[in-house]
Structures are given as C-alpha cells and as structure tokens.
Design a protein around this ligand. Sequence first.
Ligand code: ATP
Ligand code: MG
Length: 139
Amino acid sequence: MAGNITFTMIKPTAVKANHTGSILHMINEAGFEIRGMKLIKLCKEQAEEFYAVHKGKPFFEKLVNFMCSGPIVAAILEKENAVEDYRTLIGSTNPETAAEGTIRKLYATNMTENAVHGSDSDENANIEADFFFSKTERF
Ligand code: ATP
Ligand code: MG
C-alpha cells in the first residue's frame, strides 16, 4: 500500500462553512478512495507536533492557533500516485495563485485558512496517517 496513500485534513474554516460534503465529492470524483475518516478537534500540542517542521517560522503560531480553532476532518486517501495527484487536486498553498478548479481555489479563505492539507511525500503520508488513525480505524 505504501506509495498509494495520502493524508488530508479539511481545515476548520472549511468544515465550519459546510464545505466538507463538496470537498469529499471532489475527492471521490478524482478517483480517491477513503480508507479512514474522522471529525476531530486538535489540541494545541497536537497541532504543534503535526506542523513541527514549521516551528520558528513567522506564521507558525497563527497556523497552530487556526488549526485548533475548531473541528477538522482527517482522512486517509488511496489512489495510484496519491501524494502528487492530491497536491494537484488541492492547488498551491496560497489560494490566490491556486489553479482554477482546485479545492483551494474554490474553498480557501486565505493563505492560513486554505481549506485543506495534503501530504508532501509518501513518507510523510504514512507518518501523518499513523498520527491520526489506529490500525482498527483504517481499512
Ligand atoms: P499543508 O501542509 O497545510 O498541506 P502546504 O504543504 O501547501 O500546506 P506548507 O509549506 O507545508 O504548505 O505550509 C503549511 C501551512 O502553513 C500552509 O497550509 C499555510 O497555511 C501555512 N503557511 C505556509 N507558508 C506560509 C506563509 N509564507 N505565510 C503564512 N502561512 C503560511
Ligand atoms: Mg505541507
């Protein structure tokens, strides 16, 4: 299975705005299968750990505060070439420069509140999936 999964979060603003259904529809339409999914609110420590690679950067505190401001939808997605294809589906980090028709172009508010997360490598996809899901919660 390694190499065929990616991990995503639908971020707090997008969940609150009821974009979850539309985003999941786009994910399924693009050929991804959902292998695990939950609605969960991160505590500050979890958000700091998840985004530890960005610790010390000017946007870190804002990012962490945002990510624990409300529930997120966490999911494991499976598809051939999952990591790269999902990054294409979500569009670039900054919604202003994201391609037309991408999830971020359609549903992001701004650079921080950018609707969704997508893993950036196979290795991180597995680390992130393990961070959120136990063996009995993924299929
Ligand atoms: P994510 O990891 O959430 O999928 P990404 O991989 O596209 O996003 P990263 O570089 O990993 O982008 O940054 C993680 C998050 O930190 C981004 O989603 C964004 O919300 C925030 N971020 C990154 N760079 C900046 C920046 N220059 N200014 C403000 N926020 C930023
Ligand atoms: Mg990233």
